[in-house]
Design a protein around this ligand. Sequence first.
Ligand code: TEU
Length: 573
Amino acid sequence: MTSVESLPHPAQITDEGEWWRRAVVYQVYPRSFADSDGDGIGDLRGIISRLDHLESLGVDVVWLSPIYASPHDDNGYDISDYRAIDPVFGTLDDFDELVAALHARGMRLVMDLVVNHTSDEHEWFRESSSSTSNPKRDWYWWRPPRDGAEPTNWESFFSGSAWQWDEASGEYYLHLFSRKQPDLNWENPEVRAAVHDMMGWWLDRGVDGFRMDVINLISKDPALPDGVVEPGRTWGNGFPHYSYGPRIHEFLREMNDVVFAPRAGTYLTVGEMPGVTVEQARRFTDPDRHEVSMVFQFEHVGLDHGEGGKWDSRPLDVVELKRSMKRWQEGLAAVGWNSLYWNNHDQPRAVSRFGDDGEHWAASAMLLGAILHLQRGTPFIYQGEEIGMTNSPFAALSDLRDIESLNYIADALAAGGSTEEAVLAAVRGVSRDNARTPMQWDASAHGGFTTGAPWIPVNPNHATVNVAAQAGDEASVLAFYRRLIELRHTDPLVTTGAFEMLAPEHDRLFAFERVDGDDRMLVLANMSGSALGVAEVIDLAGWRDSDLVLGNLEPGDVRAALRPWEVRILRRQ
Ligand code: TEU
């Protein structure tokens, strides 16, 4: 095992076309990463001050959640000016400095591109809503009332109808997310041209790609048919009519032809695509089609949703998880490419959700890292994951900030029949705010995130779970993540090897091989709190003399039973 200090410099990645196949991406949620000016909200200078952490981790790319001008109804995913930095985050000069500093350290920067919708405070929407004859009226989805009510029965992702009544013009506008996030009408070529121009403006400033927010929702069926109303629901499910619409492939190909192809750079593009299927993803990521490098699919992060949806959570079934991951690995093996993620700013913390954030906290955090990073695809780390940050023990509904949670809470309380405690219990382990509590840098007040009052409370466990506590510790989650990243950079099998799932029906063992002829890597992971005799499940005869490349517990006999939450990675050539 290499010592942390001797790891290679990050990003020894050449500029060849598909460099992102060998890269590890780190997502920064700027609001919660590091606050340089004491206003309680993270900012660009805060990020600049923490680049040593990212460099020593070894990541190749930083994806920044939105930093554009915004009224922050949805924490920046509601953009009011695509070419301005929100003052709360800093200035364009700060941004240019961040890009230069990342590039100087051999890292790249990917921006968040939120173009399914804008803020209702964007100039385009102000014009569009100013009158029915405004030239930009058709830039958004305006419709007259149907029988005196909403034009369709579609439900918003953030509760209630997806249509907002506009008294002044006597029409409704469509908002799949909050009413302050009106959907752009991509049928209009002027909209597409304006988006393309804006993207080029950022690329010419030096950014290395985009993570594209809900990009599979930009093409809608223009007939806007009603959705099916599921039993017990007020609104219909419009999803089949506004996702994977008839022109989605055309729009992405056009974006590529107009924005990326004419430029000299090689870019990483990842399309966030709720509901995307393996077959669709293969088309989106087929290099010959020139659409996106990879997509974020949602299947594995939906496995613990119950019959009532995300707020009705249930325990993860390991067999289902393996089935899903196997299908994605195999489905994108010959053509296309996977992204790999457990966490992002919308998901509860994986160690609390799929691991054990109690007795086996560190081991399970490392195990989850290993079984993800050693699959075929581009891994994404969400800030704090590399130190095993957990869900927050929100003590009261007033600790929550996220619009999705707040709307759900308001609806649940208004419906009657639920106490505040019951609603809090449903929200606590599920809310997006679990991901958004501040990054835990050290054990000081507010975890070293801010000298002021943080916009959302820091998790009380920052006293023990923090970067400083793990920095010099070879047995830490942080050191383990460094080694996973190093493995990807130094062992080509991690990038290129074929994926073979082993013992798919075993309910606790997550085991797979990466294979290229005789060149093999074996990953054995015990996803449970009790010992697991792996030699009884998998034939380890050929592995007797192989090297233990990495493990999360004290090494022993490679064929011995796996201890609780143990992961063992073996290699042979
Ligand atoms: O998320 C889109 C999305 O579908 C989800 O992850 C969403 O947050 C969740 O399913 C709601 O139940 C993207 C962004 O990542 C998210 O932060 C934004 O709120 C959303 O788009 C709107 O821009």
